[in-house]
Ligand binder design. Structure first.
Ligand code: AMP
Ligand code: ZN
Length: 464
């Protein structure tokens, strides 16, 4: 089935054709390891894990690379604050990251380069950029000269003013142009540093990914991914460095970016302090339910995280496992995903449509009387779930320790108390003229089989 992906570089959905038939190289920007990951950080991991599973299902030989940024100023600051060595901090947080992502059923990447293992390559690329007139030294720094590249700004579509104002661009006196960005910076005292032709120092963040992607996948490769906050400046700057170091040779061919995970309409981020760590959320819900919540919204759209949304994903995940429990005796047929699920995912990773199809498969299985057909549907249901990294456990494993012995009598439905509180929240949203939220609540309740009726005396509800 032909895969289509929305390519940020061309701002449209395109047919995916790999550079080399049958092979795909995919690079996704990984974490800066200084703290526990929050659920916003986990969104790209889950999304690109589905893309990796889909590519493999379609028969591609995939090399999936996700780096670890283990040298960056946030790491230096956090280690000093904790009174911990940089090595101890990055080792501890890398392990925590692996544990958290595994709990969300994200498979490890094939290669996980660490920035500190590629410093020589970074020094070489920076030297090349200086030689070719794209970079210059100033006060112990090396800066990329953005005026040396005619196409600078093309990926993000930003004009000069927007780029200068853009996040993370430091205005510093030693820059020739305010939009120039750092390739190398001096390290003093006990800061991590490496000797280089430009003095003892450490790399800027952007050069790390240009070098690690080339070292693992080559100069030109198929897919580059990350959250949309990385389009500018991080990815724009990767393009500038890599293309200029290789005399204009193309860099990533398809740029894929996920939308933000939000809280109350704002991007979840460490700096705003509105984050929930993956570890915290795993206390409230099984990893597969957290993953499902992330996948119910198409990846390019914002996902507003709410307790109610998580509850709903928990219920939906349990319902699927209850079907597996009720059909435990039925032999699992061939583990072939349903073609409509594959087709939804192949349409720019429409995980929302794919999950609705999975729910329908479960309903179909419930109604089916023919044993052979039950067996076939059960195989399809499990394989379709697994293509999205769901239904990877047995029902016994999934329910273990959570509702001991009660699975048989479990009925999952939203409580009256919850319905009343959502109606109150909807009334408030309408007062605030937040009709989008009001409609969202009505639609979510409808999905639970609860119909709202607005009348002169207020809103009433009934089970459909
Ligand atoms: P960072 O450590 O901030 O560079 O983020 C690691 C990855 O998480 C990057 O791909 C970011 O784009 C992504 N990311 C960070 N915050 C969010 C968020 N609130 N929603 C979705 N993705 C995010
Ligand atoms: Zn990167």
């Amino acid at each position: 089935m032909t895969l289509h992906l929305y390519n940020t570089a061309h701002r449209k959905k395109e047919e995916f054709v790999p550079m080399e038939p049958g092979k795909v190289g995919m690079y996704v920007c990984g974490p800066t390891v200084y703290d526990r990951a929050h659920i916003g950080n986990a969104r790209p991991v889950v999304i690109f894990d589905v893309l990796a599973r889909l590519l493999r299902h379609q028969g591609y030989e995939l090399t999936y690379v996700r780096n670890i940024t283990d040298v960056e100023d946030k790491i230096i600051d956090a280690a000093a604050k904790n009174g911990e060595s940089i090595d101890a901090l990055t080792t501890r947080t890398t392990q925590a990251y692996h544990d958290d992502m595994a709990a969300l059923n994200a498979l490890p990447p094939d290669l996980e380069p660490r920035a500190t293992e590629h410093i020589d390559g970074m020094i070489r690329m920076i030297s090349k950029l200086i030689e070719k007139g794209h970079a210059y030294e100033a006060e112990g720094h090396v800066l990329f000269d953005v005026t040396s590249m005619a196409d600078y700004g093309k990926l993000s579509g930003r004009n000069r003013e927007e780029m200068i104002e853009g996040a993370r661009v430091e205005i510093a006196p030693h820059k020739k142009d305010p939009a120039d960005f750092v390739l190398w910076k001096p390290s003093t005292g006990d800061m991590p540093g490496w000797d280089s032709p430009f003095g003892r120092g450490r790399p800027g963040w952007h050069i790390e990914c240009s070098v690690m992607s080339e070292a693992t996948l080559g100069i030109t490769f198929d897919i580059h991914g990350g959250g949309r906050d990385l389009i500018f400046p991080h990815h724009e700057n990767e393009v500038a460095q890599s293309c200029c170091a290789h005399d204009g040779a193309p860099f990533a061919r398809y740029w894929v970016h996920n939308g933000f995970l939000m809280v109350d309409g704002k991007k979840m981020s460490k700096s705003l302090g509105n984050f929930r760590t993956v570890q915290d959320v795993l206390e409230e819900a099984p990893g597969e339910a957290v993953r499902l919540y992330m996948l119910k919204t198409p990846y390019r759209k914002p996902l507003n995280w709410t307790d109610y949304g998580l509850d709903q994903a928990k219920t939906e995940m349990s319902k699927l496992y209850i079907v597996l429990k009720d059909f435990d005796e039925v032999k699992t047929g061939p583990l072939e995903p349903n073609p409509e699920v594959v087709s939804a995912l192949s349409d720019d990773l429409d995980t929302h449509a794919a999950f609705i199809k999975i729910q329908n498969l479960a309903k179909q299985l419930r109604r089916e009387k023919n044993i052979a057909e039950q067996s076939r549907l059960k195989g399809q249901l499990i394989a379709s779930g697994q293509l999205m990294g769901l239904l990877e456990k047995t029902w016994q494993e999934y329910f273990k320790g959570r509702i001991e012995g009660q699975v048989a009598t479990l009925t999952i439905s939203i409580s009256e108390e919850k319905i009343e509180s959502l109606i109150a929240e909807r009334d408030e949203a309408k007062k605030q003229k937040n009709y989008a939220r009001a409609d969202e609540i009505r639609d979510n309740l409808k999905a639970e089989g609860i119909v709202l009726e607005d009348g002169p005396g207020g809103t009433t509800w009934k089970r459909a």
